[in-house]
Design a protein around this ligand. Structure first.
Ligand SMILES: Nc1ncnc2c1ncn2[C@@H]1O[C@H](COP(=O)(O)OP(=O)(O)OP(=O)(O)O)[C@@H](O)[C@H]1O
Ligand SMILES: [Mg+2]
Length: 474
């Protein structure tokens, strides 16, 4: 089974708190046990030596076991421990337990051996007989440096282990409470973390099913909030791109339909109606025009899609000869329409980093427009000048100009101010869109200013080559 983030987080919270509680409980219980046992040992030792001091005279004089036992019993009541008095051979000469005691028997225990050799003997063990933990200690009874016997004390540790048991059960119930608390908080916290992720997953799922209009609510400023913000940005960009693409396809279809309808009409007329050769020639002429228009449109569409890879092949190029070459190509056409062409291009222009063919296409399109939309007797001027880190090229004409409300749209695909007129002049409305695409891919900017009835000025900027060799390929 795959655990979700919520369950995994809750489980991690629980495991971590349990581990911390176990370690703390283990250390606490150990410390407490050590503390109690040391305390017990110290008090037993003190009592043992006190008893030894008291018993020394009785042992020296080989006193009557009944007297010694009575004393031991007295001690035992005060200490709450069994007290045995042993002579220097390890034989019990006094026992606080009278009935069934060990009086007269030899107590052969390692603690006693230690005590009889002058040391303290200690042992903690579980007594099967009394079913409890006991601490046993033997201390020597000395007189003038001579060992007279030993005192053996056996004290119950029940109160110590009862206290430890109480602490243990307190810790156990605390652990249970912590599990419930941490579990509940963990579930709540994990739910808060996992909820926006779930929302995101659902939105991504809906997107993958084709619904691109997805926006999710950003409710936090943390990483998940940032992720949601980025998602919204991505979704709106995708939706916008999709929208643009659909519009482009419908525009292209529309543009293709007009010449195709016209062609089909011509073919039908030629087929169905008898005509003299002169009329037939006129129809064929029209068909030729439409075919050319189709070819132009396809070429422009191809240009739009190919700019990306072409821009990658850039070189340092002298702009002046390039501009002059394109102007020369348009000279005849301009003269035929009674339009004059001027240029202001300095000789010492620095080189620009461009794909020459693409920039020629830009200038060609701008000159083509200027010639198309300038009446007889007008003039066109091509100017190039150096600006900070770039070169600006301006194509100015004294043509019909563009109305102010149309200016923001002239670079859009298929946009034409006067559709009928532009179509008549053979335009598809892709020229300026291609220009802007090429210039922006070069890192430049395309601008337009125009006054209706007076003329227009289209300008674009190009990046300088900045010391890169003329033949250097990037
Ligand atoms: N120099 C200009 N003077 C006046 N109007 C212009 C000028 N240049 C462009 N325009 C207007 O902007 C529109 C878009 O120009 P664009 O070059 O994109 O298309 P087009 O010239 O109609 O067709 P083509 O794709 O053949 O270039 C033109 O239809 C025209 O209305
Ligand atoms: Mg054009």
């Amino acid at each position: 089974m795959i655990l979700g983030i919520r369950n995994r987080l809750t489980l991690a919270f629980l495991l971590l708190s349990l581990m911390i509680l176990f370690v703390i409980s283990f250390i606490l219980l150990n410390l407490l046990e050590r503390y109690y046992l040391t305390h017990e040992e110290e008090s037993l030792e003190r009592s043992g030596f006190l008893a030894a001091e008291m018993m020394v005279t009785y042992l020296k004089e080989n006193a009557d076991p009944v007297t010694v036992s009575a004393l031991a019993e007295n001690f035992s009541r005060q200490l709450n421990a069994r007290v045995l008095v042993l002579n220097n051979e390890g034989t019990v000469v006094g026992d606080s337990v009278r009935v069934g005691g060990l009086l007269g028997s030899l107590l052969d225990r390692p603690e006693v051996t230690l005590a009889l050799s002058g040391d303290k003997g200690l042992n903690v063990q579980y007594s099967e007989l009394s079913e409890q933990w006991v601490m046993q200690m033997a201390v020597p009874v000395k007189s003038n440096g001579e060992i007279r016997g030993a005192i053996f004390l056996s004290s119950s540790l029940r109160h110590v282990y009862n206290t430890l048991e109480a602490v243990k059960s307190f810790l156990f119930f605390s652990t249970l409470a912590v599990i419930v608390l941490v579990g509940a908080t963990g579930v709540l916290l994990a739910e808060r973390l996992a909820r926006p992720i779930k929302v995101l997953i659902e939105a991504v799922h809906r997107m993958s099913e084709g619904d691109l209009e997805q926006q999710i609510k950003v409710s936090s400023k943390d990483e998940i909030g940032l992720l949601a913000e980025q998602f919204n940005l991505m979704a709106s960009r995708l939706a916008e791109m999709h929208q643009r693409q659909r519009r482009f396809v419908s525009d292209v279809s529309h543009e293709l339909r007009t010449p195709l309808t016209s062609l089909s009409l011509c073919v039908k007329t030629l087929k169905d109606y008898p005509m003299d050769p002169e009329e037939q020639r006129e129809f064929l002429e029209d068909m030729d025009q439409e075919i050319k228009r189709l070819a132009n449109l396809l070429e422009d569409l191809l240009a739009l899609t190919k700019t990306e890879e072409k821009i990658l092949r850039r070189k340092a190029v002298d702009l002046k000869p390039l501009l002059e070459e394109v102007m020369l190509r348009n000279m005849d056409r301009a003269q035929r329409q009674g339009i004059q062409l001027f240029k202001i291009i300095p000789d010492n222009l620095p080189q620009v980093l461009i794909n020459a063919e693409e920039i020629k296409r830009v200038l060609y399109n701008l000159l083509d427009n200027a010639i198309k939309y300038t009446p007889e007797g007008g003039w066109i001027q091509v100017e190039a000048r150096e600006e900070e880190k770039q070169i600006r090229v301006i194509v100015k004409d004294t043509g019909c100009g563009i109305p102010e409300e149309a200016l923001p749209h002239v670079f859009e695909r298929f946009y034409r101010v006067d559709k009928a007129r532009s179509r008549e002049l053979g335009g598809t409305g892709l020229g300026l869109a291609i220009c802007r695409e090429i210039i922006e891919k070069h890192g430049g900017m395309m601008e337009v200013s125009s006054t209706l009835g007076e003329g227009s000025a289209f300008s674009f900027t190009l990046p300088l080559a900045e010391g890169k060799g003329k033949a250097e390929e990037l």
